[in-house]
Ligand binder design. Structure first.
Ligand code: HEM
Length: 141
């Protein structure tokens, strides 16, 4: 016999957790784990004992596009370029969704999914340069 109750009566309405496309990250890969790791380890892709990268180096769109695989992925975000490679496993939205953004200016996609996320802060240790025409702050964040 068909169930004619209204969708919400007696059953659980879909929770926001179910509606979300957040993935369950592996133990040790929470955002807290990421922030802790970036404090003690180099995550911009540079050699452990080499000098820090020049965070204001201008990276052309052509160069950005050469870093578009899961093992070597850079993205542009609000004029800055970040090496996402180490972060992929920590991304609460999963790795697959990020692929579309690899090697590109990902600002529009980023804002589409989570404008409220402070990407600049989360990614600050992975900065490798800036996009052409960037005229923002010249500090080290
Ligand atoms: C700088 C790079 C990025 C960082 C630091 C980042 C960070 C985050 C964080 C912290 C969350 C959890 C949000 C929450 O708790 O509500 C999240 C979720 C998510 N992210 Fe990202 N993200 C980045 C790039 C992207 C890009 C480029 C895309 C799309 C192509 C994307 C798609 C998503 C999706 C689909 C979710 C799940 C949202 C949901 O709850 O439904 N992210 N990301």
């Amino acid at each position: 016999m068909p169930d004619e109750r209204p969708a919400s009566a007696g059953t659980h309405a879909m929770t926001s957790a179910q509606a979300s496309s957040r993935i369950v990250v592996r133990p040790g890969y929470s955002q807290m784990d990421w922030l802790r790791r970036t404090k003690r380890e180099r995550v911009d892709g540079g050699d452990a004992d080499a000098k820090p990268l020049d965070a204001s180096r201008v990276i052309s769109l052509e160069e950005l596009a050469t870093h578009a695989t899961v093992n070597d992925c850079w993205i542009g975000l609000r004029g800055k370029v970040y090496n996402l490679t180490a972060y992929v496993e920590y991304h609460p939205g999963g790795a697959a969704v990020l692929e579309e953004a690899f090697g590109k200016d990902a600002t529009a996609l980023f804002d589409k999914y989570h404008k409220y996320v402070n990407g600049e802060y989360i990614m600050r240790a992975t900065r490798v340069g800036v996009m052409p025409g960037y005229v923002g702050d010249s500090d080290s964040d």
